[in-house]
Design a protein around this ligand. Structure first.
Ligand code: AQP
Length: 336
């Protein structure tokens, strides 16, 4: 798929991220940290899923900046365009085109069952648009165009991969072997980083309360301040428990950053209060993110280089995407 140093024996992996806000510690621990490792073992394609971001209303200037920023953050994390294909989804028109085709092979009932649609339509009751509803067919197109063997999935994306697989199987049953049916890849990551202000919710970049998330690009003082303000409980014991969702979340974050087990962390903070623990978590997170921010500050200033890289990535991606799209259209009966 990529014209780079990969060998063809490597399995193909596809993953995308939405530029719907500043990338968070949740995106980092739940997905991006692992992308950096994956590029060593797999033939990876990574996209900035900008088309998905407009299912929720975005300010044009802000969206443009977020797309640049997300692409630059992927580079800052250490994703290497020589090893992986990195591109911006809207630069490869086959995503939107295949999404239309697939929507005609997707049932209304299937999409109605998607929990993300239910959640997001409750959150944006004034803008329950068709794109929000048909989001999984665009995601199916994102995946199926590149014939990946594996798609990394967090707990919240499992349903969407399942529907992509169902659509692929349905299409293949009608027209022959057009799409590869991808398998889920469950990486060893923190499965869900929760909001620092409301641990019953996941940490989300579109959360309006900036204290609920830590951005990958936040500076050290901001990170420490956000952890100091994190919601805990009236107890003062650093231990994991269903009755302690705030502290459990912080332990899980600390574990994700330091590699220490929950038991080790409980021992380390035995007899110490929440204040000391929160500071330690803040410092560990800030230290982990600091080099990424330093890389980012350098990369984002060179717009010309960024443009070169995303254009090159899109050209590589489109070669594969166009082939798959052409085949699917031909099978359906279009004149090409
Ligand atoms: N809180 C989280 N914990 C663990 N993993 C997370 N991911 C997102 N939030 C967490 C993982 O990041 C990858 C990319 O996500 P995305 O940006 O494409 O969409 P999302 O899951 O909808 O992320 P957000 O931050 O919650 O975005 P908004 O607020 O726009 O909806 C995925 O692998 C996801 O699992």
């Amino acid at each position: 798929m990529c014209e780079n140093t990969q060998t063809t024996a490597k399995k193909k992996v596809l993953s995308c991220i939405q530029p719907s806000g500043m990338l968070t510690l949740g995106n980092y621990l739940g997905a991006l940290k692992n992308w950096v490792y994956m590029q060593e073992d797999f033939d990876c394609t990574f996209a900035v899923a900008d088309l998905h971001a407009i299912t929720v209303r975005q300010e044009p200037a802000k969206l443009r900046q977020q797309i640049y920023s997300t692409f630059a953050t992927l580079l800052a994390l250490g994703l290497d365009p020589e090893k992986s294909t990195l591109f911006i989804q809207s630069h490869v028109p086959e995503h939107a085109a295949l999404s239309w085709l697939l929507s005609c092979y997707t049932q209304f009932g299937e999409l109605s069952r998607m929990t993300q649609f239910k959640d997001k339509s409750a959150k944006h009751a004034d803008n329950i648009n068709v794109g929000l509803f048909s989001y999984p067919t665009l995601m199916a197109a994102d995946i199926l165009l590149y014939k990946p063997d594996l798609v990394p999935v967090g707990a919240d994306q499992k349903q969407h991969l399942e529907i992509a697989r169902d659509i692929a199987i349905r299409f293949n049953n009608l027209y022959g072997d057009v799409f590869t049916v991808p398998e889920p890849y469950i990486p060893k990551t923190v499965s869900r980083v929760r909001s620092l202000q409301d641990p019953s919710k996941k940490m989300s970049k579109s959360d309006e309360n900036a204290n609920s998330w830590v951005a990958i690009l936040d500076d050290k003082d901001t990170i420490i301040r956000k952890f100091k303000r994190a919601v805990t409980d009236s107890d003062s014991v650093v231990r994991v428990g269903d009755d302690k969702p705030g502290i459990t979340n912080l332990i899980s974050i600390y574990s994700g950053v330091t590699g220490k087990s929950f038991e080790e962390i409980e021992r380390e903070f035995d007899g110490k209060g929440y204040g000391e623990f929160k500071l330690a978590v803040g410092e560990a997170v800030a230290d982990e993110l600091a080099p990424i921010k330093a890389n980012y500050d350098r990369i984002i200033t060179d717009k010309k280089q960024l443009e070169e890289l995303y254009k090159k990535g899109a050209a590589i991606a489109e070669k594969t995407a166009a082939k798959t799209y052409f085949k699917a259209m031909k099978k359906v009966g279009f004149v090409l």
